[in-house]
Design a protein around this ligand. Structure first.
Ligand code: OXD
Ligand code: MN
Length: 598
């Protein structure tokens, strides 16, 4: 029993799941520091966690996962709708009944020998009209301490919830303990028994078998993207895989920008960028997810539903992202990085050599010249947003921040210019619907070519992606004031010349492109209209002090009609996947592009 809430629906739901999962005990999380310390001490005592050196990394902990449990499992992730067509061609589908039949069997007795933790959490600032409250049941204390960083969690959430409705999220690592059985450091179920299941029409999440990241911290990808994207469609708002940043020009004028790039295209780096052009400032609202709703003034307002960063550690450094480095100076959970002999952490690209004797994520010892993989490529830090040196003063504003521009982008070594602007919201929706990144056959064993990741939402859309495109079109058509819709841009930091040389330096220099976008939003910067949209004039982007030649700049901004004609054919193939569900407005945009290229 709990005295933290009188919400009978919540109490009944917890009791019902306790009967199914049969934990040894049920514990309601209050979110206090005392509770957090207790759980950390417990995990250190059991061998699940290592406390890092308190001088080097105050209040920080280190974990190694099971080798089978290192990332999101897209092939075990399901959207469960009555009709397969409602999940669409890009999601794994099962009917709610079939999935629940399978999972109820798995959940039966799955928490034996363990504690069931009840985690009330808010996605978004407490009390914001854009925020949503969820309750996660889990048998993982690692999930509890991570959720405390990634969300607003505990008693304060129950106070706001009162006897209202919550989004039920059920999670188990799927590893019950028999009486007397010794636990392992990272219990989980084998890969073929993992199920990350979403039931959009009833707003439920059932996750079984994994303790890692997006599979287990159910507020993030499961609730704030898959379930929220479906809710957003029903309710007329947007739940997006986007960073949010504030940018201030030398005159002190501030604008907010949201940006969607596929995973591993530098969202966290852009969100925390340090401008190289004098007088400009960038501040961070969020690095992964944006929820956007129209305000009373007709502008689109965004909140970051999260309270922390679950960032990829490798190649984060003082050079690539000093603000991310300092976000995890303290109060941080590190997973699958290396553990140095002096109680610090290490990963590839951190900016210094790996110390002799560092323990790898698999528990091996690194010695100079050995081929031990010290950190897993998807090793993570879980860090508080409030510890980020460039966090925006309005990051917790319950009303959100007004968005002036939305950016899309991916890794495109050719064809796609450094930046271009859409002609309209519908054209911008078209640009979002064809976002892609080039993959090389060697890298991941796929056919080389462009892998489409529309709106960077491919693994995160909770319903048919073609209906999601339609929702974006509708948002533009039904906007309270169309003149106040954000402008939409596409950016591409990854252009190469034919010898494979990068044409653009990236990182802090991307501020030069942001400055052009900013100026377009205030009606200042020059642009030329091309077949694909508005491209900067060759001297439109400030390259003062930068080692980029005029010829490179011309190449970076070029719209090559032949390459774009080939791109149109690829877009047709991509659209064909959705059959006749592609919205007419997008087919019209494709036809317009084709005719402008003729
Ligand atoms: C993430 C992802 O972890 O997009 O944020 O995969
Ligand atoms: Mn992401």
């Amino acid at each position: 029993m709990t005295n933290l809430t009188k919400n009978q629906k919540l109490i009944n739901w917890v009791n019902e799941w306790a009967q199914i999962c049969q934990p040894d005990s049920v514990y309601w999380c209050d979110g206090s520091e005392e509770e957090n310390n207790r759980l950390n001490d417990m995990m250190v005592a059991s061998g699940a966690a290592v406390k890092l050196d308190d001088k080097k990394r105050p209040n920080s902990y280190y974990y190694q996962s099971d080798p089978s449990d290192v990332a999101r499992v897209e092939n075990r992730t399901y959207i469960c709708t009555d009709k397969e067509e409602d999940a669409g061609p890009t999601n794994n589908w099962m009917s709610p009944k079939d999935m629940k039949d399978i999972l109820l069997e798995k959940f039966k007795g799955c928490m034996k020998g363990r504690t069931m933790y009840v985690i009330p959490f808010s996605m978004g600032p407490l009390g914001s009209n854009i925020a949503k409250i969820g309750v996660e049941i889990t048998d993982s204390a690692y999930v509890v301490v991570n959720m405390r960083i990634m969300t607003r969690m505990g008693k304060a959430v129950l106070d706001v919830l009162g006897d209202g409705d919550f989004i039920p999220c059920i999670h188990s690592i799927g590893a019950p303990l028999a009486p007397g059985q010794q636990d392992v450091a990272w219990p989980c179920a084998p890969i073929e028994e993992k199920y990350i299941s979403h039931f959009p029409s009833t707003s439920e999440i059932w996750s079984f078998g994994s303790g890692y990241g997006g599979n287990a911290l159910l507020g993030k990808k499961c609730l704030a993207l898959r379930i929220a994207s479906y809710m957003a469609k029903q309710e007329g708002w947007l739940a997006e895989h986007m960073l949010i940043l504030g940018i201030t020009n030398p005159q002190g004028v501030k604008k907010y920008i949201a940006a969607a790039f596929p995973s591993a295209c530098g969202k966290t780096n852009l969100a925390m960028l340090i401008p190289t052009i004098p007088g400009w400032k960038v501040e961070t609202i969020g690095d992964d997810i944006a929820w956007m709703k129209f305000g009373k003034d007709g502008q689109l307002y965004a909140i970051n539903p999260e309270a922390g960063f679950f960032g990829v550690a490798p190649f984060t450094s003082e050079h690539t992202n000093p603000n991310a480095m300092h976000s995890c100076d303290k109060d941080t959970i590190y997973t699958n990085v290396g553990l140095t002999p002096d109680g610090d952490i290490w990963w590839d690209g951190i900016g210094w050599d790996c110390p002799e004797g560092t323990i790898s994520w698999k528990g091996e010892t690194y010695t100079k010249g050995s081929d031990v993989q010290v950190a897993h490529p998807n090793a993570r830090f879980t860090a508080k947003a409030s510890n980020c040196p460039c966090i925006d003063p309005d990051w917790e504003n319950p009303a959100g921040v007004p968005i002036s521009a939305i950016l899309f982008g991916g890794r495109r070594p050719s064809t796609v210019p450094l930046v271009y602007e859409a002609r309209s919201w519908a054209h911008g929706t078209f640009i979002g619907s064809v976002v892609g990144s080039e993959v090389t056959a060697a890298a991941i064993g796929l056919a080389a070519g462009v892998r489409r990741d529309p709106f960077a939402m491919l693994p995160f859309c909770g319903y048919n992606m073609a209906d999601y495109f339609g929702h974006w079109i509708k948002i533009g058509e039904t906007a309270p004031d169309k003149t106040k819709l954000p402008k939409i841009f596409n950016v591409n930091w990854f252009r190469k010349d034919e010898t494979g040389r990068w044409l653009w330096p990236g990182f802090g220099e991307n501020s030069r492109v942001l400055a052009w976008i900013f100026d377009r939003c205030v009606g200042k910067a020059e642009a030329i209209e091309t077949a694909i949209g508005f491209v900067p004039t060759v001297d439109g982007i400030n390259v003062e002090g930068l080692d980029v030649s005029k010829a490179d700049m011309e190449e970076l901004l070029k719209v090559d009609k032949n390459l774009w004609k080939a791109e149109v054919e690829l877009i047709k193939e991509h659209y064909a996947r959705f059959g006749n569900k592609i919205p007419a407005a997008l087919s019209a945009e494709l036809a317009t592009l084709e005719s402008k290229l003729a």
